[in-house]
Write a protein that binds this ligand. Structure first.
Ligand code: FE2
Length: 296
């Protein structure tokens, strides 16, 4: 692990393979169950409950201690990033950094804003929604994480996520079928920020904390995760990806490989094979540069 405190970036070895990258492109999320240690989870809860004194490692330029106290007590307690124990054990947790390094390339930018979702349970489920600021498309310029610092079984209202909705949102979100991110303390749900999600129905009593934050790409995409020598994108797409998602997953995977411009989707009635009934040449390939997605 190479942590650059000045530039607030890290670098490390990637941990995802070609197939795992493709699966992330398809699903839009992966769960790291209970990866943060218990002591850190307890410290995080104590910090959020106002039971742990602040101990900032530095005062950011232009900020005062009074600013930091206001930020700590807001719904966006970004001062957690000034606590060394939080940076070392949550933000730079080796399991999550390996995943982020795989998806975002070298010198991953650390979060600058913390979003706090603390809920008094019992409480009803939210409606399905995309968060503000989401963008659709193949580019993965940042990755979001949900972190629960206490055990969050189904009765504590864990976040539910709708797989593949970052690519192809359902026409009727109210009928969406989500998967639960329920898990033990220290579970991280690593996901595309554009995925459809909601807090689920909480029937138990107590406070449920959930923290949400984004890591950022600082370099151009390239295929520098764990390469599988025999990986064939065309075969992997037909084996692992539902047909209606193939073009989106291929587009995202190729963008991550740094060759997205060669495979831009034209869509519609473009492309050879779209129909036998054209009365003239088709207007360009379905994929710019290739008639089929991927040739890696
Ligand atoms: Fe949300």
């Amino acid at each position: 692990m190479n942590y650059d405190k000045i530039n607030r970036t890290f670098d490390c070895e990637p941990t995802l393979t070609d197939t795992q990258i493709l699966d992330f492109c398809r699903d839009g999320y992966l769960i790291l169950e209970g990866v943060i240690d218990d002591e850190t989870n307890q410290r995080t809860c104590a910090y959020l409950n106002g039971e742990l004194p602040s101990n900032p490692s530095y005062i950011p330029e232009g900020r005062t201690r009074r600013d930091l106290e206001r930020i700590r007590n807001s719904h966006e307690p970004s001062t957690l990033y000034l606590e060394e124990w939080f940076i070392d054990n949550v933000i730079l947790n080796p399991q999550v950094t390996g995943v982020l390094r795989s998806l975002l390339g070298r010198n991953v930018g650390l979060p600058v804003l913390m979003s706090r979702h603390s809920t008094n349970c019992p409480s009803p489920s939210q409606g399905w929604h995309h968060d503000g600021g989401f963008v659709s498309g193949p580019k993965i310029n940042f990755i979001e994480v949900f972190y629960v610092p206490q055990d969050t079984p189904p009765e504590m209202g864990p976040t539910e996520i709708v797989p593949t909705s970052h690519l192809d949102p359902p026409y009727a979100p109210e009928l969406a079928q989500g998967v639960s991110s329920a898990g033990s303390a220290g579970t991280l749900a690593v996901h595309s920020q554009s995925i459809l999600h909601r807090k689920s129905d909480a029937t138990a009593s107590g406070v449920r904390h959930m923290l949400k934050y984004d890591y950022w790409r600082t370099v151009s995409p390239e295929r520098d995760w764990i390469i599988e020598p025999d990986f064939n994108l065309g075969t992997a797409l037909s084996d692992r990806i539902p047909r209606h998602l193939t073009k989106y997953v291929a587009d995202m995977y190729n963008w991550l490989c740094g060759i997205g411009d060669d495979f831009l989707i034209t869509g519609g009635q473009s492309g050879p094979g779209v129909s036998e009934n054209l009365i003239g040449p088709h207007y360009g390939p379905y994929y710019k540069g290739e008639s089929q997605p991927g040739s890696i």
